[in-house]
Design a protein around this ligand. Structure first.
Ligand SMILES: Cc1cc2nc3c(=O)[nH]c(=O)nc-3n(C[C@H](O)[C@H](O)[C@H](O)COP(=O)(O)OP(=O)(O)OC[C@H]3O[C@@H](n4cnc5c(N)ncnc54)[C@H](O)[C@@H]3O)c2cc1C
Ligand SMILES: NC(=O)C1=CN([C@@H]2O[C@H](COP(=O)(O)OP(=O)(O)OC[C@H]3O[C@@H](n4cnc5c(N)ncnc54)[C@H](OP(=O)(O)O)[C@@H]3O)[C@@H](O)[C@H]2O)C=CC1
Length: 502
């Protein structure tokens, strides 16, 4: 079937990727062009659909994400046709896509939403796992059920979730920084959260757990296909709720944190025994200061840059993601960002004609609002997918639209250590230099509030706990009101700040 592609005029709107970005984009195109066929090409046997979408405030949004068989999407949108096959090659000059099933598809406008993959500290080592999709999460769970001790590398979202969720297994958490959670928090918030990690009673945690995923029949069927090695969509909030993250031991938490270091070398058991005569470090919890040498034989040993060596059952590399552009985009001359993503302009357009990109695969390369930054998150995947569809639709009728409002202010709602966490704008004073001040309010075990101000205007905020301040702070950041006169009253718990600014 693979011959020269036909001219682009014959093409359709084509979207690649069945994650949040791709599905949202396809849905929006289907709504805009009810009489046209929209093609969604995806390597995964399930698609990710946004459900229960709620606009909480101007930019804060909440939604659930459901894995669904692609037929459910086709039923909801009869003009969407899902092709379950990986894209093998893009021929951008010919407006043509070749898929693994041997077919070719001509597009008039294309949106690439192929997501990202874990950026592992060591590729090809069977003891180094990454977590991205249902498949890799289940592999991790399987390994954990046999484990006594694991090592987690990285200090972002996945590491934060894992250290809190894992039970019955020693965890050695290796971070490059002084404090935990550097992608989301400063040292103050990290300290607030660390106490929860160390002090929380196991029963309290178990009571908070809830099951979210069900095991409908179709899931078993698609699981079998997923296990065939296809690339799945990224997991998201509450991904661990349906997994029993328990090792072989009876205790709840046992976490040892190694700060300000990285992995120097990984040895397999045999390599380590033959070539090295180094002494092993035994992990201690925060209260135990004794120095002990580990006598156990482990499948894998990790030497850190602080010279310590730990044995463990396996390593989780929670060290960020790399956009999925290889191999299927090779041979096309895309402009690529420093983080390896496809550069997109303020209309989600890549550097090549008629090709758009959205979600984890892309690198936002427009001049952003002073309080927005790209992070590879679920919400941004949805917003970009939606906006890319709008841009494709207007461009195809020769019009243009203004940038969507959601890119005015960075806003992320999530949960860490069972606390609600809201991040707004330049929540860590990113890029503000030293010309900023911080206002803080913290009640141990209850809430942590930080407002970032520059020249009297609020530029960002971190809200941990049930603070109820998100909407007010969102407004203050958006309207850039001069708050100098209020000083520390802004966070005074005795002042009802909502009334203040109404
Ligand atoms: C463990 C984990 C927890 C997370 N938790 C959160 C969270 O709490 N909050 C949050 O906001 N974000 C979270 N994220 C991030 C969030 O899941 C992603 O940013 C988001 O889902 C990205 O969506 P996407 O559509 O761009 O990519 P993906 O979901 O990765 O989808 C990419 C799609 O492209 C398909 N594909 C790939 N290559 C090809 C090809 N060659 N041909 C055809 N199809 C292809 C894949 O099959 C898939 O369907 C988490 C991520 C992980 C891994
Ligand atoms: N609740 C949420 O919002 C969640 C969001 N996610 C998202 O899923 C994606 C994947 O998560 P995750 O893998 O945790 O990625 P993140 O980008 O969140 O964090 C990666 C972490 O790994 C560190 N790192 C990078 N390279 C190395 C290395 N060689 N050695 C040691 N540390 C390293 C980074 O440090 P540095 O920054 O200094 O390079 C950073 O602390 C992200 O897009 C994340 O935002 C995931 C889980 C939960």
């Amino acid at each position: 079937m693979e011959g020269p592609c036909s001219p682009p005029t014959a093409g359709k709107f084509v979207v690649v990727g069945g994650g949040i970005a791709g599905v949202t984009c396809a849905e929006q195109l289907a709504i805009n062009f009810p009489s046209e066929d929209i093609l969604l090409i995806t390597a995964s046997p399930v698609i990710k659909a946004v459900t229960n979408f709620k606009q909480v405030s101007k930019v804060l949004e909440e939604f659930d994400v459901e894995e669904q068989p692609s037929t459910m999407l086709e039923n909801r949108f009869p003009n969407i046709k899902v092709i379950e096959s990986g894209v093998k090659q893009l021929k951008s000059k010919e407006h043509c896509i070749l898929t693994e099933d041997g077919n070719q598809h001509i597009y008039k406008k294309l949106c690439l939403c192929a997501g990202a993959k874990p950026k592992l500290i060591c590729e090809g080592n069977p003891y180094v796992l990454g977590i991205r999709d249902t498949d890799s999460a289940q592999e991790f769970q399987k390994q954990l059920t046999k484990a006594k001790r694991i090592m987690i590398i990285g200090n972002g979202g996945i590491a934060l979730e894992l250290v809190y969720e894992i039970e019955g297994c020693e965890v050695i958490w290796v971070i490059k920084d002084k404090a935990i959670g550097n992608t989301f928090f400063d040292a103050g918030a990290a300290e607030f959260l660390t106490s929860k990690l160390i002090d929380e009673k196991p029963e309290a945690k178990i009571a908070q757990k809830r099951t979210r995923y069900t095991t409908e029949g179709w899931k078993k069927e698609v699981q079998a296909r997923a296990n065939a090695g296809n690339i799945g969509s990224a997991l998201g909030p509450d991904w661990h709720e349906g997994l029993d993250l328990k090792g072989t031991k009876e205790f709840s938490h046992k976490i040892h944190i190694e700060t300000m270091c990285e992995v120097k070398k990984i040895y397999l058991q045999e390599e380590f025994r033959i070539s090295e005569k180094k002494s092993l470090t035994f992990p201690r919890d925060h209260h135990d200061q004794s120095v002990t040498t580990d006598k156990e034989i482990w499948p894998v040993y990790v030497e850190l840059t602080n010279e310590k060596i730990y044995g463990c059952d396996f390593i989780v590399s929670a060290t960020g993601v790399t956009p999925n552009i290889e191999p299927f985009l090779c041979g096309n001359n895309f402009d690529v960002g420093e983080d390896g993503g496809l550069k997109v302009d303020d209309h989600m357009h890549t550097s090549l004609p008629d090709i758009y990109a959205a979600g984890d695969i892309c690198t936002a390369s427009w001049h952003p609002s002073p309080v927005w930054q790209q992070m590879r998150l679920w919400t941004q995947a949805r917003q970009m997918g939606w906006y890319a569809a709008k841009c494709m639709a207007t461009a195809s009728v020769g019009e243009s639209i203004d940038m969507d409002f959601s890119f005015e202010l960075f806003a992320h709602v999530t949960k860490f250590f069972n606390y609600k966490v809201v991040l707004l704008g330049k929540y860590n004073a990113q890029g503000l230099g030293s010309n900023h001040e911080l206002l803080l309010r913290c009640t141990k075990g209850q809430e942590y509030i930080k407002a970032v101000l520059q020249n009297g205007r609020m530029m960002g905020a971190v809200l941990i706990g049930e603070t109820d301040l998100e909407e007010t702070f969102e407004n203050l950041i958006l309207n850039q009101m001069n708050l100098s006169a209020y000083g520390e009253d802004l966070l005074d718990p005795n002042i009802d700040i909502e009334d203040y600014f109404d």
